[in-house]
Design a protein around this ligand. Structure first.
Ligand SMILES: Nc1ncnc2c1ncn2[C@@H]1O[C@H](COP(=O)(O)OP(=O)(O)OP(=O)(O)O)[C@@H](O)[C@H]1O
Ligand SMILES: O=C(O)[C@H](O)[C@@H](O)[C@H](O)[C@H](O)CO
Length: 187
């Protein structure tokens, strides 16, 4: 089955872990969204400076291209991408087309902080967690999103996400009325 899915949420929520598992389960490509950030963006985050919209638009365009390309080729792709604001998700929806689905990993700040502090090998400092949480816009009411508690065991997250993707494989979600965000390169 050629899934077109974004695993989203704030830093440390488990996007890459679940994304890799889903890609393996659906025998499809995994794209680590962090690898598509510019060097400037990574330097900013490493220095503890939160990204702004203008830093994220070109990055989101690159992620959208990956999704659109997989959609055109019907080859499937799983992308790990924070996609924190609804306008960011809308850009990805417009670019990817109606097959796109999101898995949102969300949960408690304390557990996220502990996870981020335990990581030694990541550029993202735990001091950026609060700005990540402040930027995150809830996904409630967005029909193409399945929200899961990131603290669940990885096997359970994978099973629930895979069931959602299989179940929604044949349903088309129309995004024809998506608003165009101010400042987006896609105006
Ligand atoms: N379901 C889970 N249960 C327990 N620990 C997990 C789970 N999923 C991921 N982790 C651990 O949490 C940490 C963060 O996971 P991961 O790198 O997948 O998150 P991420 O959202 O991709 O992070 P970032 O966006 O900051 O790169 C890792 O140490 C990972 O092993
Ligand atoms: O939109 C953002 O602020 C970024 O994508 C961050 O979320 C990080 O890249 C990622 O989570 C790595 O820790």
């Amino acid at each position: 089955m050629a899934v077109q899915v974004v695993v989203m949420g704030v830093s440390g929520c488990g996007k890459s872990t679940l994304g890799r598992r889903l890609a393996q389960a659906f025998q499809t490509r995994f794209v680590e969204g962090d690898d598509l950030h510019s060097v400037d963006n990574v330097d900013r985050m490493r220095a503890g400076i939160p990204l702004q919209d203008e830093d994220r638009w070109p990055w989101l365009e690159r992620i959208g291209e990956e999704l659109a390309c997989a959609g055109k080729q019907d080859s499937g792709v799983v992308v790990a991408c924070s996609a924190l604001k609804k306008s960011y998700r809308d850009l990805l929806r417009r670019t990817a087309g109606p097959g796109l689905r999101f898995i949102h990993l969300r949960g408690e700040r304390a557990a996220l902080k502990a996870r981020m502090e335990a990581r030694q090998d990541h550029y993202m400092p735990a001091t950026l967690l609060d700005s990540q949480l402040a930027t995150l816009e809830p996904t409630d009411g967005e029909d193409d999103v399945l929200a899961l508690d990131f603290a669940s065991p990885a096997d359970r997250l994978q099973a629930k996400a895979a069931a959602f993707l299989r179940q929604s494989a044949n349903s088309i979600i129309t995004n024809a009325s998506l608003p165009v965000p101010a400042g987006s390169a896609r105006q």
